[in-house]
Write a protein of this length. Structure first.
Length: 236
């Protein structure tokens, strides 16, 4: 793949990666890494660029949408803003002779560590704290909704899956992504109810969604929020 620039009439540029393939049409892919163009081998560069220019407005709009929804990476410094149960919390870092137990009070997560300039070290400690907080919180919600659904309490595990927020298997084990503890309880409750419903319906049939709705009537809104929130939850 090679890098190109498309010059727009207004003087701006759109960068794109070009891959020539044996295909008939021009394919455009817009993602977090920008614009990728798949072009037929026989099409000339001027021909390709004039075709791209016709789509320039659409491309620009899509690229803007993606950059607006792409959160900046977390900075592991004193005062950084994190999220817990949908609320912003502040990370406080102090240097100490030994690594102390994290303290969470009034929206401040205080970490006293031997090494506070090592981003990887700090991030590992914070992650550990989140996981520790996630498990009892998720268990409590699971108990509540398992009761409402009238099923015996399944086993709960935390997951770190990159693409899934929850899963349920035939051994009645439910896995919930620990990163969800950053989200508003509304979203966590929905994911828990979704996985619990799989204990009765191991599919995504209309019967399954009816069950989800009976257990969690606002599930559509929660799912919409979760989709928007996903890139933010993955900052951690
Ligand atoms: Zn599902």
């Amino acid at each position: 793949m090679s890098q190109y620039q498309l010059a727009l009439p207004d003087g701006e540029h759109i960068c794109y990666q070009l891959e020539r393939r044996s295909r008939r049409t021009i394919g455009l892919k817009i993602g977090a890494s920008g614009l990728i163009v798949h072009a037929p081998k026989r099409i000339s560069q001027p021909q390709l660029e004039s075709a791209l220019l016709q789509k320039a407005e659409w491309i620009r709009k899509k690229l803007d949408q993606i950059s607006a929804n792409q959160p900046s990476p977390l900075q592991w410094v004193d005062g950084a803003e994190l999220h817990f149960l949908g609320n912003p919390i502040q990370l406080k870092l102090s240097r100490d002779a030994a690594n102390r137990k994290p303290q969470f009070e009034q929206g401040v997560l205080h970490l006293r560590l031997t090494e506070i300039d090592d981003a990887e070290f700090v991030s590992a400690r914070v992650t550990q704290w989140y996981k520790k907080a996630a498990l009892p919180d998720f268990v409590r919600r699971l108990e509540l909704y398992a009761n409402r659904l009238g099923v015996t309490l399944p086993r709960l595990f935390l997951s770190s899956a990159q693409t899934r927020w929850g899963s349920c298997n035939s051994k009645r084990e439910i896995r919930i992504n620990w990163r969800l503890i950053q989200a508003h309880p509304h979203v966590i409750n929905y994911v828990i109810c979704h996985e619990l419903a799989h204990l009765k319906e191991m599919n995504h049939s209309s019967r399954f969604w009816q069950l989800v709705e009976s257990l969690y009537p606002e599930y559509r809104e929660a799912e919409r929020i979760l989709k928007q929130l996903s890139p933010h939850l993955h900052r951690l």
